[in-house]
Design a protein around this ligand. Structure first.
Ligand SMILES: NC(=O)C1=CN([C@@H]2O[C@H](COP(=O)(O)OP(=O)(O)OC[C@H]3O[C@@H](n4cnc5c(N)ncnc54)[C@H](OP(=O)(O)O)[C@@H]3O)[C@@H](O)[C@H]2O)C=CC1
Ligand SMILES: O=C(O)[C@@H]1CCC=N1
Length: 273
């Protein structure tokens, strides 16, 4: 594996780094840069990765630079790196929502005559930390076959991937996968709360919800059946599940999911402007 720099040591960087180290990537090949000390020092202590407060030092160290800062910071961070060091030959990977390849390439180019640098946009999700991530990848025209293979190797180390033919599909991936762990957490939170109202202790409520969600997800993962069939298998005619599902339908669950995913896409489009 190439040397990898992470610019930003927040939630997403941490998730990918944990997944990479657990998949066998040597921690000495990973350097993480973050302005405040605690997150990068924790990563260094827990996993043995190298750390610095200097984005330029980390970028200089690596052949692959993974940009993991918030979208509003990404172009400024890129500008600072390209002013300070030679970025020639490096592959840039951005996980930021709502910042386009073109915006990143312009920020990375010192002047308009420079060749545009290769950029892969990745939309991952936090289950990467368990090797259970789901990422969508889009490569700019400047990305070589070798660079594509590197991006693919990096993200398959922490989960499953799909390549996207057009950049706008990144926003769809945000709605279906990037943001989506939070939808499931929200659903589980609501169930946990109701379990507590029914009189189960907080520990019992957590276990009941967690184990049921895990079991259901594993059934989907290990079965060739359609998800709707798995649902039907739980739903006896006129029974308890039927009563619950009918209530969900009456309360407009499908519409809610559709609107929530559309809101995520709309926000990503807005952020890119
Ligand atoms: N969280 C998620 O589930 C997902 C996030 N993403 C994307 O990942 C990116 C990061 O999100 P997330 O990890 O959640 O955010 P976090 O806020 O957790 O992490 C961002 C990190 O960037 C650091 N930072 C701030 N300024 C700089 C700088 N100038 N140079 C280097 N590092 C800096 C922050 O440090 P400090 O705290 O010290 O200021 C912080 O540790 C976003 O662009 C987001 O769109 C994509 C998919 C999923
Ligand atoms: O909420 C966000 O903007 C980021 C992108 C996908 C998940 N978290």
């Amino acid at each position: 594996m190439n040397k990898i720099a992470f610019i930003g040591a927040g939630n997403m960087a941490r998730a990918i780094i944990i997944g990479l180290v657990n998949s066998g990537v040597a921690p000495q090949n990973i350097m993480v840069a973050n302005p405040s000390a605690s997150k990068r020092l924790n990563l260094a202590q827990e996993f043995g990765v190298l750390q610095t407060e200097d984005n330029n030092k980390a970028s200089e160290f690596a052949e692959v630079v993974v940009l993991c800062v918030k979208p509003h910071l990404i172009t400024e961070v890129c500008r600072q790196i390209s002013q300070a060091i030679s970025i020639s030959g490096k592959l840039f990977i951005s996980v930021a929502a709502g910042t386009t390849v073109a915006q990143i390439q312009v920020a990375l180019s010192k002047n308009s005559k420079d060749n545009l640098p290769p950029v892969v946009r990745v939309m991952p999700n936090t289950p990467c930390q368990l090797g259970l991530g789901m990422s969508g990848l889009f490569a700019s025209n400047e990305v070589s076959v070798e660079h594509k293979a590197i991006a693919e190797q990096l993200m398959t180390a922490v989960g499953k991937i799909i390549w996207l033919a057009t950049e706008d599909k990144i926003n769809d991936i945000i709605a279906v996968a990037g943001s989506a762990p939070a939808y499931f957490f929200l659903f589980m939170e609501a169930m946990e709360k109701q379990a507590q109202h029914l009189g189960f202790s907080s520990q019992e409520s957590r276990m009941l919800v967690q184990q049921t969600a895990l079991g259901a997800a594993q059934m989907v993962a290990h079965s060739d059946e359609a998800i709707s069939t798995l649902r039907a298998n739980v739903t006896s005619k006129g029974g308890t599940t039927h009563a619950a599902i009918e209530q969900f339908k009456q309360d407009g669950m499908e519409e809610m999911v559709k609107n929530a995913m559309a809101a995520a896409i709309a926000r990503a489009e807005e952020m890119a402007k």
